[in-house]
Ligand binder design. Structure first.
Ligand code: SF4
Length: 379
C-alpha cells in the first residue's frame, strides 16, 4: 500500500508550534515530518521557536527555501523582489507567499500522497491559504470539523445524499440514525446568484451533522473518501477519526507554556507611553518583519523595538517610487511624531475595550485581525 506522508508546516507562529506538540503527544505513532519555509526575512524569535521545538520533538524541522534563489546563492525575498522588478508584495499581489511558501512546500512533498495538518483553531472561522494540489490533503485537528472545505463540499453535495445516507446507516442505529438522516436527506438550496445563502445553508447542514456525532460524521467522510483520489483513501485506518477535541486560543498558550517550548518572543508585550498613559504592544504574528498584513501599532513596535529592521523595511519603500508596505501611507509618514501619537492613542482606546472583555491570559489579542493573512505564514 502507498505510504502517506504526514507533514506540519511550522510558520514561527503559536498555532503551528502548538499543533506539532499536540499531535506528537496525542498521536505519538503518527510519523510527522516538520518543515519551515524560510523567506530570509523572518524575526530572530521565529528561529528561536523552531530550535525550542526541535528540542521538544527530538526531530529536525526541515528548512525549505525556494529553489531559484538557493541556486543563485541569494536571499529568497530579495531574489524575487528583483525578479518582480521592485514591486512590493501586497494582499492583492501575494507573490511572496506563492514563491517562498507554497512552491517550496509543493516541491518538497512532490507528487506523493500527503496529509498536511493545519493549526486553524476551533474559535476561528476561516479556511486559510492552502495548497490545492490533488495529492495534498489538509486536516484541521483543532476544529470540530477536521475536514477541508473541498472535502465537505463533496460530502454535502446534493447529488451524494443517498451515498452519505448509506454510509450513515453503517455507523448509527435507531434514533441517532434517524436524527442524522433527517439532516442528510435535507437538500440545501443551490442559489447561484446568492452564494452567501448557499454557503450559510451548507454550514447549517454541516453543523447539524456534527451535532449528531463527530465520530460517526468522521467515519462517514472517511468512508466517502474511499471512492475518491484523496490521500486518506489509501489508508485503512486513521486515528484522528476519533478526535473530538476543539482547541481555542487559550489552549494554544497553555500547550506552549506547559511543554516548555514557550510562546514566541515577539508575543511578549512591551510597555509604551502616550499622553502620560501607559499601554502595551507586541507583534501579533510570525512572518517577515515587513509583512504588509501587520497593523499600524505593530509597525510602531518594530520602529521602537527593532529600529534596524524598520530601517531596512523603509529602504524597500525608497527604492521604487509609489510603493509602500501600507496602502496610502509610507513608513516615513507613520513615524512622524503626531502620527505615532495618534496610532498609540487609538491602540490604547481599543486595548482598553478588549481588556474589559477580560482575557485572563498573559498575552491578549492585539485586535481582531488575526484571521487575515495566510495559514502559510502566520499559523
Ligand atoms: S509574512 Fe507577509 S510578506 Fe512574508 S511571505 Fe507571508 S504574506 Fe508575504
Amino acid at each position: 500500500m502507498t505510504k502517506i506522508k504526514h507533514v506540519i508546516g511550522i510558520s514561527g507562529g503559536k498555532d503551528s508550534a502548538a499543533l506539532a506538540i499536540y499531535l506528537n503527544k496525542k498521536y505519538p505513532k503518527l510519523d510527522v515530518t516538520y518543515y519551515f519555509c524560510d523567506t530570509g526575512k523572518e524575526l530572530d524569535e521565529t528561529y528561536q521557536l523552531i530550535k525550542n521545538l526541535e528540542i521538544y520533538l527530538g526531530k529536525k524541522v526541515a528548512h525549505l527555501t525556494a529553489k531559484e534563489p538557493e541556486q543563485a546563492g541569494a536571499n529568497p525575498f530579495d531574489f524575487y523582489y528583483k525578479a518582480f522588478r521592485g514591486y512590493l508584495p501586497s494582499s492583492q499581489a501575494r507573490w511572496c507567499t506563492k514563491k517562498m511558501k507554497l512552491e517550496p512546500f509543493e516541491e518538497f512533498v512532490g507528487d506523493s500522497p500527503v496529509v498536511s495538518y493545519v493549526g486553524i483553531r476551533g474559535d476561528e472561522d476561516r479556511e486559510g491559504y492552502i495548497s490545492k494540489k490533488p495529492n495534498i490533503q489538509s486536516i484541521f485537528p483543532f476544529r470540530r470539523n477536521i475536514w477541508s472545505e473541498d472535502v465537505i463540499n463533496r460530502v454535502l453535495d446534493n447529488n451524494n445524499i443517498s451515498t452519505i445516507a448509506e454510509l450513515y446507516s453503517k455507523q448509527l442505529k435507531g434514533t441517532a440514525l434517524k436524527r442524522a438522516l433527517d439532516s442528510v436527506q435535507k437538500p440545501f438550496a443551490e442559489d447561484k446568484h446568492y452564494k452567501e445563502v448557499t454557503s450559510r445553508n451548507r454550514k447549517e447542514k454541516l453543523n447539524s451533522l456534527l451535532d449528531a456525532g463527530v465520530i460517526p460524521f468522521n467515519q462517514v467522510v472517511f468512508g466517502f473518501l474511499k471512492s475518491t483520489d484523496y490521500p486518506l483513501a489509501l489508508t485503512e485506518d486513521y486515528p484522528l477519526l476519533n478526535n473530538e477535541d476543539v482547541l481555542v486560543r487559550e489552549d494554544i498558550f497553555k500547550i506552549l507554556e506547559e511543554s516548555g517550548v514557550g510562546i514566541p518572543g515577539y508575543y511578549h508585550k512591551k510597555e509604551y507611553e502616550v499622553d502620560g498613559k501607559k499601554g502595551e504592544y507586541a507583534r501579533s504574528r510570525s512572518g517577515c518583519y515587513f509583512c504588509f498584513f501587520q497593523q499600524k501599532i505593530e509597525w510602531i513596535w518594530l520602529y521602537e523595538q527593532h529600529p534596524d529592521l524598520f530601517e531596512k523595511a523603509m529602504k524597500y519603500e525608497n527604492e521604487k517610487e509609489g510603493f509602500t508596505w501600507n496602502q496610502n501611507e509610507s513608513l516615513k509618514d507613520i513615524i512622524q511624531p503626531r502620527r505615532m501619537e495618534h496610532i498609540k492613542k487609538e491602540h490604547l482606546r481599543r486595548d482598553g475595550k478588549e481588556k474589559s472583555a477580560k482575557s485572563k491570559f498573559l498575552i491578549d489579542i492585539l485586535d481582531n485581525t488575526e484571521d487575515t493573512g495566510c495559514t502559510a505564514c502566520f499559523i
